[in-house]
Design a protein around this ligand. Structure first.
Ligand code: GDP
Length: 508
């Protein structure tokens, strides 16, 4: 009882908000981030020599705000896809001169899907053709209604160029943060997320970490992406060496024993915990491939088991008309009572990296209509365990989704990557083409299926009919070794082509 009373008396300290700036290209995200940085009183007192470490924190009269300094959607989705919620508020920049554009809509969808509140910054109001009211009207169609008109979204009008409206924007951010009741506990060991990482020539692996809770101190032992390391040195966003960093502070950390990835979570642990993790990681052999998080073929079973309640879809089509027709038909579908279908994003054009990352973070799948994903995108989807389905007939797509909800789809076969080879030379022996290759990843395996890729295009598909090393027939060749590969069913191979080898297996 005492404990309860105590915790009611003492509310945990408030956490200052972390903001990501998103919006269409050229709408002024970068300039706005620079202009905001210049408003920082403390930094300008220090002489204003700021370091780019991927994020910065400013002090205003009303409180502190941290900005992620890599504008755009990729950083945001990359972090979300790894399960890290690094952002408390999204500032959506829309140029008053241009209005809502495709990436504006994409940003809205990203933020909505991550359940992060949006503040709209209507930028470039200094331009004669600026029309903020038109922007507001357009945004209404995407569910963002100005609070002044009875909605829930806060709007600001700014000019990043003329540094107008910045103070209002910052106080609006603080107001939104107050409503969110963000909290943290500086007394805890630090937890955070990696925002940027690089190998520095003189200093080794370096990463910028955003502390999300707790305090990080010199010599703390931490784990990130199953690797253990120790904080050797820390620097703040003005390049000053610091000894500790509290919640919402971005810090550059030296001491990583590996190159971290944006979105890796970071946690301070005790020496005992570190020993245990090290022991476990030695015993464990990680799974070779990750199963797609969600597939149409397994949808029914997953709904029945109550593992999922939603089928989140990203629709990409070749033209607007088709895209709209698909979305309307899908919305009309009488979906299973136990689950609902949600179109989290739809667009025209090829399937992009951001589509895959959005699907991954929302545990959804991507549907391409009259478009085929590039090999690079397919590989990314495989790596991130996201399923892409492509169709060229609308009724077939609708039928498949209907069948999926009833558990009527035939079993799915999945491609399991075996390896990748790059062609160094091509010989012709008795009319047969032999590709002299270097195995770049995985292995080459006799009998595996294979496809030849040239400049991201699939040239042909077949299978590995023979493998030779120093004239000897072998059944496998490992990474880093050279070999001769002959392919059944493919008679076009050129130097610098890639050969992807895979096998097909039924997804249980
Ligand atoms: P980003 O692609 O969204 O990061 O856009 P940038 O910050 O690079 O800005 C794109 C262009 O718009 C640049 O030429 C900026 O100088 C210009 N710009 C940005 N903000 C404003 C503004 O408030 N007013 C005017 N007139 N130009 C702006």
């Amino acid at each position: 009882m005492k404990k309860v009373a105590k915790s009611q008396d003492k509310k945990p300290p408030v956490k200052s908000p972390v903001v990501t700036v998103m919006g269409h290209v050229d709408h002024g995200k970068t300039l706005l981030l620079d202009a905001i940085r210049d408003t920082d009183v403390v930094a300008s007192e220090k002489g204003g020599i700021t370091q780019h470490i991927g994020a910065y924190k400013i002090k205003t009269k009303g409180g502190e705000i941290t900005f992620i300094d890599t504008p755009g959607h990729e950083a945001f989705t990359a972090m979300r896809a790894r399960g890290a919620k690094a952002t408390d508020i999204v500032v959506l920049v829309v140029a008053a001169s241009e209005g809502v554009m495709p990436q504006t809509v994409e940003a809205i969808n990203h933020a909505k899907s991550a359940e992060v509140p949006i503040i709209v910054a209507i930028n470039k109001i200094d331009l004669p053709e600026a029309n903020p009211d038109r922007v507001k009207k357009q945004l209404m169609e995407h569910g963002l209604l100005d609070e002044k008109l009875g909605g829930t979204t806060l709007f600001c009008e700014v000019s990043a160029k003329k540094k107008k409206g910045l103070k209002e924007l910052l106080s609006t951010i603080l107001l939104e943060a107050e409503m969110l009741e963000l909290q943290s506990n500086p007394k805890k060991p630090a937890e955070g997320v990696v925002i940027e990482a690089k190998i520095d020539k003189g200093r080794g692996p370096v990463a910028t970490v955003l502390i999300q809770d707790g305090t990080l101190r010199l010599k703390d032992i931490f784990v990130a992406n199953s690797n253990i390391a120790k904080v050797r040195a820390m620097f703040d966003d003005s390049g000053e060496s610091i000894k500790e960093a509290g919640p919402s502070t971005p810090v550059e950390v030296l001491g990583f024993s590996f190159l971290a990835k944006a979105g890796d979570t970071f946690k301070v642990i005790s020496e005992n915990q570190a020993r245990e993790i090290e022991k476990k990681s030695k015993e464990q052999v990680g799974p070779e491939f990750v199963l797609p998080k969600l597939t149409l073929e397994t949808l029914f079973a997953r709904i029945e088991k109550k593992e999922i309640k939603e089928l989140p879809l990203i629709i990409k089509a070749d033209v607007t008309g088709t895209k709209e027709a698909i979305c309307t038909s899908l919305e009309k579908l009488s979906f299973s009572k136990k689950a609902r279908l949600v179109i989290i994003h739809s667009g025209v054009g090829s399937i992009l990296e951001s589509d895959i990352m959005l699907a991954k973070s929302a545990n959804g799948m991507v549907i391409g209509f009259n478009i085929k994903p590039e090999a690079r995108i397919k590989m990314l989807a495989e790596k991130e365990a996201v399923k892409i389905y492509t169709y060229d007939v609308i009724y077939k797509l609708i039928e498949d989704i209907e069948k999926a909800t009833l558990g009527l789809l035939p079993p799915e076969y999945r491609e399991k990557a075996v390896g990748r080879a790059v062609v160094k030379q091509v010989f012709k022996i008795k009319k047969e083409l032999i590709a002299g290759c270097l195995i770049e990843g995985g292995k080459a395996q006799k009998g595996a299926k294979a496809r030849v890729i040239r400049l991201n295009n699939i040239i042909g598909e077949g299978s590995v009919s023979s493998l030779k090393r120093f004239k000897e027939d072998v059944s496998e060749v490992k990474t880093g070794l050279e070999c001769g590969i002959s392919l059944d069913g493919i008679n076009d191979i050129k130097e610098a082509d890639a050969i992807e080898m895979f096998i097909k297996e039924e997804v249980k």
